[in-house]
Design a protein around this ligand. Structure first.
Ligand code: HEM
Length: 383
């Protein structure tokens, strides 16, 4: 049950109906051998395709390969079904030469001229508190599934298979999607208790996706053409100051977001899907405040810009001071991060009232190529 096709025009896991669980991993490539990297990507592809069908990384890998061999599959997904597992791969700026991952790196794989113009490290934003051990990376794999054990098993086995070629730089677990990516999904809630994903791009909005999510062939001329039909993934680990938020009164919480907490309606409206009207004002000023999150993030405020949000809630226990280490692992897909995510986050970082309760402490950018044709392996068009 719950098998999402691994191959197709687009990679699964972008406009696929958002699953409930996430394990996101970012890897550093630790070899200088292109042959070893290509070999690993080929082995990863075969294993990933099997795992998305609910199978072991290799047939009989968990227990049938003999007593005197470490099992070729770690086994914890035996008996579990595919759980809508999707595995989405992306390549970071560090694969192409010096980057925030490692400023001293050379262009080890001779890929410098394959780097798409849009794949450059994100700038530093106001109030950023980026921790390098939670940020950057050469390759990412986003594993989403409806069973956390299935998502963790997938990342664990890819990491194990990559021994000597890649090492995990950081990884993040997420629970509770914070986005709807299809019209049939109910809008979930984030850790502030608000519906999140109401005004998101939907999988059936083909024109909007072509405009704002999928890389057009004209964006990636020459040797960057491997990215045509792909999308850029922006990841931000956003810590939310839960305890101070929980002491803010309801009116203040709603003013910060710009929507009601119960129904999720834009302030001044009745229903969740009503269109916000930013011009409505009372004697005290606009009903949706000038520094409300949804006003600042809305296309009207940003020259029409949109992004596809596909983030997850996280709670990594508590922080040693009695506060929940909780927040939103923000994932966005866009056609050009520099023209979409960057101006949007600039507007939010400096003006959004919500920033008082947020700390961005992880950041990464990856180029996710288009989907795989029959027999194709991850990264084939790049290498
Ligand atoms: C809308 C929460 C960070 C972009 C919303 C909404 C909520 C929310 C409750 C209203 C419902 C909806 O339309 O989804 C949060 C929280 C964040 C966060 C709790 C951090 C922990 C961000 C970031 C960005 C972003 C970093 C992009 C840089 C947007 C956009 C909308 C939105 C584009 C839709 C605006 C519209 O068109 O009405 N967010 N958000 N959010 N958010 Fe965030």
């Amino acid at each position: 049950a719950g098998v999402v096709p691994f191959r197709g025009e687009r990679q699964a896991g972008i406009i696929t109906a958002a699953q409930d669980r996430l394990h996101f991993a970012s890897f550093d490539v630790i070899t200088d051998s292109k042959a070893d990297l290509v070999d690993m990507l080929q082995r990863w592809t075969a294993a990933a395709e099997r795992m998305t069908r609910g199978e072991e990384t290799v047939a009989g890998g968990a227990v049938d390969h003999g007593e005197y061999m470490p099992p070729a599959d770690t086994g914890e997904a035996l008996g579990l079904d595919a759980s809508s597992l999707t595995l989405t791969i992306g390549f970071g700026p560090g694969l192409f030469g010096p980057s925030a991952s490692d400023p001293n790196r050379t262009d080890r794989f001779g890929l410098g001229d394959h780097r798409p113009a849009a794949l450059v490290d994100l700038p530093t934003f106001a109030k950023d508190a980026i921790e390098p051990t939670r940020s950057f990376g050469d390759i990412c794999v986003q594993a989403c599934a409806n069973d956390p054990q299935v998502a963790v098993h997938a990342i664990r086995n890819l990491a194990r298979m990559g021994f000597g070629v890649v090492s995990v730089r950081w990884s993040q677990l997420g629970f509770g999607r914070t986005s709807s990516t299809t019209s049939s999904q109910q809008t979930p809630r984030n850790m502030f208790g608000f519906k999140d994903g109401t005004a998101n791009i939907r999988a059936d909005q083909t024109d909007v996706l072509n405009r704002w999510v999928w890389v057009d062939p004209s964006d990636v001329p020459g040797k960057a053409a491997w990215m045509a039909g792909g999308s850029y993934l922006v990841a931000r680990r956003i810590r939310m100051d839960i305890e101070p938020w929980d002491r803010a009164n309801l009116a203040e919480q709603e003013a910060i977001v710009g929507r009601t907490k119960g129904v999720g309606a834009p302030l001044g409206m009745t229903n969740e899907n009503d269109t916000p009207d930013f011009s409505v004002a009372t004697g005290d000023g606009p009903v949706i405040a000038r520094n409300a999150h949804v006003r600042l993030a809305h296309p009207d405020n940003l020259g029409g810009i949109q992004i596809l949000r596909r983030g997850y809630n996280f709670t990594d226990g508590s922080d040693g001071f009695g506060h929940l280490d909780a927040g939103l692992f923000f994932i966005a897909y866009c056609r050009d991060p520099g023209k979409q995510f960057v101006p949007m986050q600039r507007a939010l970082a400096s003006k959004d009232a919500m920033m008082e309760y947020l700390t961005h402490n992880g950041s990464a950018l990856f180029a996710c190529p288009p989907g795989l044709g029959s027999g194709e392996w991850w990264g084939q068009r790049l290498f």
